[in-house]
Design a protein around this ligand. Structure first.
Ligand code: HEC
Length: 123
């Protein structure tokens, strides 16, 4: 009897621990998915990033070709900070670029740039 009670207590303690743990994992995954989704929305939004005006992006409609297609970002930008700088202020790398300095000119705020960078880093 005593043992059965202990086993039950151990089982419910485990359930409590797992119960607290699993939902927090699930919500971390949700947050990540929604960051990527928002990043994509901002990148595609003609009044926000408008990246499609110049870049081909997977499943983007009517892309322009002034800039290179956005793909293999992780391979081309092993350091994510370099990619962020490209989006924040493309003139750092090329003062004559056609690409607008989104962060420097306040077209996108820091949070919006972070979301876009997270999204394009998956391309
Ligand atoms: C008006 C055109 C234009 C827009 C809008 C634009 N870009 Fe660009 N982008 C360029 C050009 C041109 C380059 C080529 C590099 C250069 O000019 O120095 C470039 C380069 C890049 C690169 C580097 C690619 C590589 O392989 O080296 C990234 C990343 C990038 N753009 C991301 C973005 C994102 C994200 C957006 C939207 C928030 C965006 N661009 C909007 C014109 C644009």
């Amino acid at each position: 009897m005593q043992i059965a009670v202990r086993a039950l207590t151990a089982a419910s303690a485990l359930a409590l621990v797992l119960g607290g743990f699993i939902p927090s994992l699930a919500s971390a995954a949700d947050t990540n998915a929604s960051v990527l989704e928002e990043g994509k929305k901002l990148a595609f939004d003609r009044k926000k990033g408008n990246c499609l005006a110049c870049h081909h992006v997977a499943d983007g409609i009517s892309p322009g070709n002034i800039g290179p297609p956005l793909l293999s970002m992780q391979a081309r930008f092993p350091d994510k900070a370099t990619l962020r700088e490209q989006v924040y202020d493309a003139t750092t790398k090329n003062p004559n670029t056609m690409m607008p300095p989104f962060g420097k000119h306040g077209v996108l705020n820091a949070e919006e740039i972070d979301k876009i960078v997270e999204y394009i880093y998956t391309l």
